[in-house]
Design a protein around this ligand. Structure first.
Ligand SMILES: Cc1cc2nc3c(=O)[nH]c(=O)nc-3n(C[C@H](O)[C@H](O)[C@H](O)COP(=O)(O)O)c2cc1C
Length: 192
């Protein structure tokens, strides 16, 4: 019996249609080793977190996001850098994903990070994202790190990755995430 595919949910931290971070996830999907499938979500429909809204009933877009996270074996977040930190839309989505306390779909999930940015290559936003994720009880992969410097010169006008060196660094990150997920499952006794 072949093993079932390993499901990664790709989360782009940008709403832009031609986002380079979405493009990085699309490239990861193209070069994923056999047995790894990547679904890419969209944060656009997720409303701003508001406890009044939550009390009145969790919005369908949030329910969908929760389900996508629940169904994934692991998460891969592609984060831009806004003012040395993560974009508000990503922070908002993570805030929703940590609800309700004690029952969050993030609990125990393995996560890998990457990001396409300017001269800083998203180093600062990835660091900020690690801090945000500390309270979520996710397990964030340490290495390999993937920072795409001067991303504007590595993607075409349609947001497609054109840089072979960056493309070649995607499969090792995916493979490390699969191994990491298994290590986390062993540790938390929740094998995928
Ligand atoms: C409000 C705002 C703040 C930004 N701040 C930074 C920053 O601190 N460092 C950086 O490298 N790029 C910064 N940028 C540039 C973004 O990283 C760039 O727009 C990038 O293309 C966004 O990723 P995307 O292509 O996935 O949308 C900023 C952009 C915006 C809109």
């Amino acid at each position: 019996m072949p093993e079932r595919p390993f499901h990664i949910l790709g989360i782009p931290g940008s709403l832009r249609r031609l986002s380079m971070n979405r493009g990085l996830l699309l490239a990861a999907r193209e070069v994923a080793p056999p047995g790894i499938e990547i679904k890419i979500t969209d944060l656009l429909p997720i409303p701003l977190y508001n406890a009044d809204v939550e009390d009145a009933g969790v919005p369908p877009a949030v329910e969908t996001f929760w389900r996508e996270i629940r169904e994934a074996d692991a998460l891969l977040i592609a984060v831009p850098e806004y003012n040395y930190s993560i974009p508000g839309v990503l922070k908002n989505a993570i805030d929703w994903a940590t609800r309700p306390p004690g029952k969050s779909v993030l609990q125990g999930k393995a996560v890998a990070l990457m990001g396409a940015g300017g001269r800083g290559g998203t180093v600062r936003s990835q660091f900020a994202l690690r801090q945000v994720l500390l309270n979520s009880e996710t397990y964030v992969l340490l290495k390999p790190e993937l920072y795409v410097y001067q991303a504007g010169s590595r993607f075409d006008a349609e947001g497609r990755l054109t840089d072979e060196e960056v493309r070649n660094r995607l499969p090792p990150l995916l493979t490390a995430l699969v191994k990491w997920t298994r290590a986390v499952a062993y540790m938390t006794d929740d094998a995928p």
